[in-house]
Design a protein around this ligand. Structure first.
Ligand code: G3D
Length: 201
């Protein structure tokens, strides 16, 4: 009876856990996105004042539950010297959210370089990739088609992994639900896929 009840309890309440990295250059809006996500998806979370958030130095973490999935976010610092730490987290991650500041055309090529380094990592092969074109509230910012064009020659490196470019305003929350729901769908589907041939030992 105990086994039956504990099995039932586990079935109803146990969550599958997924690690999702939030990457991008400093000032792209990673921490604002994480705070907005926690505010939207956690019932009792009293978010920080979003206008008081300053750029990530080190690591911010956060957890949300969506259905039977528990997403654990690691928001890593985007400064050049911190980018070299990103790959230490790749092997553990089930999904990547890459945040682009759509108002910063000057640093777009720098962002693309960091993006290409990241997607070239073997450890991230097949891992779903959500690209956020953030700060869409700012007039005359780069649109999703502009960003897709600028990043078009990265397509071969993206390969067959799930990838979505989502317009987003982390400050107001526009596009946050759509992005998170897409990520949940992909990581859940991915974990139930049969292992790749080279993973079989
Ligand atoms: P980071 O964690 O990637 O370094 P932050 O970036 O989340 O600290 O955000 C950097 C700056 O961008 C912050 O402004 C923040 O308010 C702003 N920001 C983040 N998301 C948006 C958005 O969707 N729209 C607009 N207009 N601004 C955004 P400050 O002035 O504090 O540097």
């Amino acid at each position: 009876m105990y086994t039956l009840l504990s099995g039932l309890y586990k079935y109803m309440f146990q969550k599958d856990e997924y690690c999702v990295l939030i990457l991008g250059l400093d000032n792209a809006g990673k921490t604002t996105f994480l705070e907005q996500t926690k505010t939207k998806f956690s019932k009792n979370y009293k978010g920080m004042n979003l206008s008081k958030i300053t750029t990530t130095v080190g690591l911010n973490i956060g957890t949300i539950d969506v259905g039977k999935a528990r997403l654990m976010f690691w928001d890593l610092g985007g400064q050049e010297e911190l980018q070299s730490l990103w790959d230490k987290y790749y092997a553990e991650s089930h999904g990547v959210i890459y945040v682009i500041d759509s108002t910063d055309e000057e640093r777009l090529s720098e962002s693309k370089e960091a993006f290409e380094n990241m997607i070239s990592s073997e450890a991230l092969e097949g891992v779903p990739l959500l690209v956020l074109a953030n700060k869409q509230d700012v007039p005359n910012c780069l649109s999703v088609p502009d960003i897709k064009t600028a990043f078009s020659d990265s397509a071969p490196k993206i390969g067959k992994r799930d990838c979505l470019v989502q317009p987003c305003t982390a400050l107001t929350g526009d596009g946050v639900n759509e992005g998170i729901e897409w990520m949940v769908k992909c990581v859940v589907r991915n974990i139930h896929r049969p292992p790749r041939q080279k993973d079989i030992t």
